[in-house]
Write a protein that binds this ligand. Structure first.
Ligand SMILES: Cc1cc2nc3c(=O)[nH]c(=O)nc-3n(C[C@H](O)[C@H](O)[C@H](O)COP(=O)(O)OP(=O)(O)OC[C@H]3O[C@@H](n4cnc5c(N)ncnc54)[C@H](O)[C@@H]3O)c2cc1C
Length: 759
C-alpha cells in the first residue's frame, strides 16, 4: 500500500454516464489531494452502454434541453452544442435547440468533453487515471496500521494487470454489471452490440424480440442501412413505444405523502387524473411527467408485496408511457408499419431453434389470447429485451464472488443491490459496507426511478459530496513566527504578469501556477493575441482558461481566438446574450488553477454581470469596479451606481494588505492595495451611498470609443466580428490622436518641471 500520507484513492468501476459524472464532480470539487481511478472494461470513457453507439440515427430519448450533465447548470449541453456547432455539423439536426433529440453518439462526445474539462480545471494535486480493464474481484483489506486515521481499504483485482488498492470503490456499472453472453447462437444477435444488424442480406427477414427502446434502435439502424426485408417485432402484450410531445408537465397534482400505498390505488388515481386532464384539454403525458419528481417517494411507500405486484402487472404499461421516443422516430415506425415492412405481434416466444436448412431461426410463438401455436421462420432474431439487474440469480462470476464475500447483497426484489439512502452498499443484514458505494441502475429496486440522466446527475453530485466529506482532514502546520507575513501574504507558486494594451489603456493579467504550469488570462485583448501566445510559450505555460471581468465596452476580447489556438476554456460572467462560453460565472465559484484557487466575486454596478477575481488574501483583480483612486462609470451598459457602491464596500472589506489590480489606469499606475483605496480613493472616502450615487449620476463622460463594435463582438467572445466591420481607420485615427495628446501632456509636465527648477 502507498505511504500513509499519500492521497486517498477512489476507484470508480464503470465510465458510463454515472462513473464519468462522479469523476467530474470529484475533480471539480475536491479541495485536497486525491487519486481517482476510472476503470472501464470497454476501453471507452464517457459513453457507457447508452452513448457508445456509432449509429447517428440512434437518438436520445430525452430532448437536449433536459440533458445537461450538471444539475446546477441546465443550459450546459446547449452551450456546448452551440460552441461546437461546426465540428458537430454531421451529427446535428438542422436548427438543433433545447427541444431537439440529438444523436446519442453526440452525447457521448459531450460526456468525454465534460470529463476532459473537469480534469483540466482540477487542482494540481488531484489526478485522474483512466484504466481500460475489467474488475473481476474485490477483496476487503484490514485498515492500514501505519495510517494516522483508520480507513477502509479494498484490493481491486483486474483481468489484465496487477491488483490495485483503493480507499473507496464505487460500482458505477449501471446497466452493464451483467454483460450479454458472448454469442447466443447462429442467426441470433444481441440488440446492444454493434453486430446486431451487421452482415445482413437487405432482403432478409428479421424478428425483434421486445418492443422497447432497443427495438426502436434496431428498426432505425435497419432502415438506415437500406434494409428491405420484413421485420416483425414481438412482445407479450404488443405495446408500441409512445412518442414525446411538447407539453408542460402538470406539477403538484399528487401529494406523495398522502397518495395510496397500493398499486391499484395509484393506478386508479393516475387514470382519473389522466381522464380529467383529457377533459380539460391536456395530454396524458403532462400527467405522467408531473409524477416524475415524486416517483421515487411513491415507490418507497409501497411495501415489498406491492412492489412485486407492480412489477408483475403494471411495469410494462408504466414503461411505455414513461420512456418515450423522439417524434421523428415514431413517425418512421408508423411509416414502416403503413408500408407493411414492419409488423407488431402480441405473442409469447415459446421456442427458438435452428432452422433445418442453412442459417435462420424457427420461432415457435403463441399469439396473445390464443391457445394454438405457430412457427415463424426468420433469417435473424435480434434480442431487444430489457437490461437484466437480477444480481441474486445471475451467474456472472464477479457478482457471485462479491456476494460470497458478503460485500454485495441483492435487492429483495432482485433488482440491483441493497444500499442505504446515499448509495452505500449494504450487506445481507443491512450493515453498511465501509468504502463501497453504487449509483444509478443498481439502485432501481430501492428507488425505481434511477436510470436516467436527471436522477443520475443528482446521485453523482450527492455521492461526490459524501465521498469528499469522508476524506481525512487536511491540516497544515503553522509557519514559524518570523515567516508570518507582515505585508501582503506571499504565494510562492503564483506567477503574475501585468500586460498593457496602449490603444485602449486596458490591462490584461496572466496568472499562472508556477508548479504545474497551468495559466489563465484575465481580460485578454484581441489585438494582443500574438503577444499573449508568445509569452505563454516563452514561459512554458498551458493556458487553461480565459476569464472576463465583464462584457467589455472598450475593446474586443481575445478570448475566442485564444480558445481556437490553445483549446482553453472561456469562463465569463453571465451577461444576457453571451454565446459560446464554456461556463457562465455569477459569483461564489472557486476555480482551480493548478495549486491556486481563484474565487469569483459578484461586483455588479459598472455593468450588471461584473465580477472580480480574488486569489487568497493577496491579490484582487478588480476589473472596472474598483480602480486606483476611482471606480468604473455607471452611465452605460446598464450600470447602477447604488449597486456599484455596495460592490465596492464588499471589496473594501477585504484584507488591508491585499493588492488591487484594476482593468485600467489612466495615470500609468500599475496596482494599489485595499488599505490604500480605503484611505485615498476620492470617489469613496467619507461618502455614504446617497452621496456616491449623486456623484456618479452627475458625471458626464463621452461614450467609449469602440462601444458600437465591442459589445456585439464580445457577446460572441470575440469569435464573431461585428456585422459592421471593425473600423480600422477610425481606430488608427483615435490612437494617433491619443498619442498626440499624451505627448502634449508629457511635454507640458517637462516644461512645468523645467520652470519649477528655475523659479
Ligand atoms: C439504449 C439506451 C438509451 C438511453 N437513452 C437515454 C436518454 O436519452 N436519456 C436518458 O436520460 N437516459 C437514457 N438512457 C438511460 C441510461 O441508462 C442512462 O442515461 C445512463 O447512460 C446510465 O449510465 P451508467 O453509467 O449508469 O451505466 P452504463 O452506461 O451501463 O455504464 C456502465 C459502464 O460500466 C462498465 N463496466 C461494467 N462492469 C464492469 C467491470 N466489471 N469492470 C469494468 N467496467 C465495467 C461498462 O463497460 C460500462 O461502460 C438510455 C439507456 C439505454 C440503454
Amino acid at each position: 500500500m502507498a505511504p500513509p500520507d499519500s492521497p486517498p484513492v477512489i476507484a470508480i468501476v464503470g465510465a458510463g454516464f454515472s462513473g464519468t459524472l462522479l469523476a467530474s464532480q470529484l475533480l471539480r470539487h475536491s479541495r485536497q489531494p486525491l487519486r481517482l481511478l476510472l476503470i472501464d472494461r470497454s476501453g471507452r470513457f464517457g459513453t457507457g452502454l447508452a452513448y457508445g453507439t456509432a449509429d447517428p440515427a440512434h437518438l436520445l430519448n430525452v430532448s437536449a434541453g433536459a440533458m445537461s450533465a450538471w444539475a446546477d447548470d441546465p443550459s450546459h449541453l446547449l452551450r456546448w452544442i452551440d460552441l461546437n456547432r461546426e465540428a458537430l455539423a454531421d451529427l446535428l439536426p438542422s436548427g438543433a435547440d433545447a427541444s431537439s433529440f440529438v444523436p446519442r453518439q453526440l452525447y457521448g462526445l459531450y460526456l468525454q468533453s465534460v470529463l476532459g474539462d473537469a480534469e483540466c480545471l482540477a487542482r494540481g494535486e488531484i489526478s485522474l487515471q483512466r484504466i481500460s480493464d475489467e474488475l473481476v474481484d474485490l477483496e476487503p483489506l484490514p485498515p492500514d496500521p501505519a495510517a494516522p486515521v483508520a480507513r477502509a481499504r479494498h484490493r481491486l483485482h483486474l483481468k489484465g494487470q496487477p491488483p490495485i488498492e483503493a480507499h473507496h470503490v464505487v460500482l458505477a456499472w449501471g446497466n452493464s454489471a451483467i454483460p450479454p453472453p458472448p454469442e447466443p447462437g447462429p442467426g441470433v444477435r444481441h440488440g446492444w452490440t454493434a453486430q446486431a444488424t451487421a452482415d445482413l442480406d437487405p432482403e432478409a427477414s428479421v424478428a425483434l424480440l421486445g418492443t422497447g427502446l432497443t427495438m426502436v434502435d434496431m428498426v432505425v439502424s435497419l432502415h438506415r442501412q437500406g434494409h428491405r426485408g420484413p421485420i416483425v417485432a414481438l412482445s407479450r402484450r404488443g405495446h408500441r413505444p409512445n412518442a414525446h410531445r411538447s407539453v408542460p408537465p402538470l406539477g403538484d397534482w399528487i401529494d406523495a405523502d398522502r397518495a395510496p400505498a397500493t398499486v391499484l390505488g395509484l393506478w386508479r388515481l393516475i387514470r382519473a387524473r389522466a381522464d380529467q386532464a383529457a377533459r380539460e384539454g391536456h395530454d396524458w403525458r403532462a400527467v405522467i411527467d408531473g409524477l416524475r419528481p415524486r416517483t421515487q417517494a411513491l415507490w418507497q411507500r409501497l411495501d415489498a408485496g406491492e412492489r412485486r405486484r407492480f412489477l408483475r402487472h403494471a411495469a410494462v404499461v408504466w414503461d411505455v408511457h414513461r420512456h418515450r421516443i423522439a417524434p421523428e422516430l415514431k413517425a418512421l415506425l408508423e411509416q414502416l408499419e403503413a408500408s407493411g415492412q414492419l409488423r407488431h405481434l402480441a405473442a409469447r416466444l415459446l421456442a427458438n431453434d435452428d432452422a433445418p436448412q442453412g442459417s435462420g431461426r424457427l420461432l415457435r410463438i403463441r399469439r396473445r389470447g390464443q391457445a394454438s401455436t405457430e412457427v415463424l421462420r426468420v433469417d435473424r432474431l435480434i434480442l431487444c429485451t430489457g437490461i437484466p439487474l437480477a444480481y441474486g440469480s445471475s451467474e456472472e462470476p464477479l457478482l457471485v464472488r462479491l456476494q460470497e464475500r458478503g460485500l454485495l447483497s441483492p435487492d429483495p426484489l432482485d433488482l440491483g443491490s441493497r444500499c442505504d439512502a446515499h448509495g452505500a452498499l449494504l450487506d445481507a443484514v443491512g450493515a453498511v459496507q465501509p468504502g463501497l458505494h453504487t449509483l444509478g441502475s443498481p439502485r432501481k429496486g430501492q428507488l425505481w426511478e434511477s436510470i436516467a440522466v436527471p436522477e443520475l446527475r443528482l446521485q453523482a453530485r450527492d455521492l461526490a459530496q459524501r465521498l469528499l466529506a469522508s476524506l481525512p482532514r487536511q491540516l497544515q502546520g503553522l509557519p514559524p513566527f518570523e515567516a508570518v507575513p507582515a505585508r501582503a501574504p506571499v504565494m510562492p507558486s503564483l506567477l503574475l504578469r501585468q500586460l498593457f494594451d496602449a490603444d485602449t489603456n486596458a490591462y490584461t493579467y496572466l496568472i499562472a501556477d508556477a508548479k504545474s504550469g497551468d495559466a489563465a488570462l484575465v481580460d485578454p485583448v484581441l489585438e494582443q493575441l500574438d503577444r499573449d501566445l508568445n509569452l505563454l510559450q516563452e514561459l512554458n505555460l498551458q493556458l487553461r482558461f480565459c476569464l472576463e471581468t465583464r462584457l467589455h465596452t472598450d475593446h474586443i476580447t481575445g478570448a475566442g481566438q485564444l480558445r481556437r489556438r490553445t483549446g482553453c476554456l472561456l469562463l465569463v460572467p453571465a451577461a444576457p446574450g453571451i454565446r459560446n462560453a464554456d461556463r457562465l460565472l455569477t459569483g461564489g465559484e472557486r476555480l482551480e488553477l493548478g495549486s491556486l484557487s481563484i474565487e469569483v466575486i459578484a461586483t455588479p454596478g459598472h455593468t450588471p454581470e461584473h465580477v472580480a477575481y480574488r486569489i487568497g488574501d493577496s491579490h484582487l483583480f478588480s476589473g472596472d469596479a474598483l480602480l486606483i483612486r476611482g471606480c468604473g462609470r455607471t452611465d452605460i451598459a446598464d450600470g447602477d451606481a447604488g449597486q456599484l457602491y455596495d460592490s465596492l464596500q464588499r471589496l473594501l472589506a477585504l484584507p488591508e494588505t491585499m493588492l488591487v489590480f484594476p482593468s485600467h489606469d489612466d495615470s500609468g499606475r500599475s496596482h494599489s492595495s485595499i488599505g490604500e483605496e480605503r484611505r485615498h480613493n476620492p470617489k469613496l472616502a467619507g461618502r455614504n451611498r446617497e452621496d456616491f450615487v449623486r456623484l456618479m449620476n452627475q458625471e458626464s463622460l463621452a461614450p467609449p470609443e469602440w462601444l458600437r463594435e465591442a459589445l456585439p463582438a464580445n457577446r460572441h467572445l470575440g469569435d464573431l466580428q461585428p456585422s459592421d466591420p471593425y473600423d480600422q481607420e477610425r481606430r488608427q485615427l483615435a490612437i494617433a490622436s491619443r498619442q498626440a495628446q499624451a505627448t502634449e501632456e508629457a511635454n507640458k509636465e517637462i516644461y512645468n518641471a523645467f520652470l519649477g527648477m528655475f523659479i
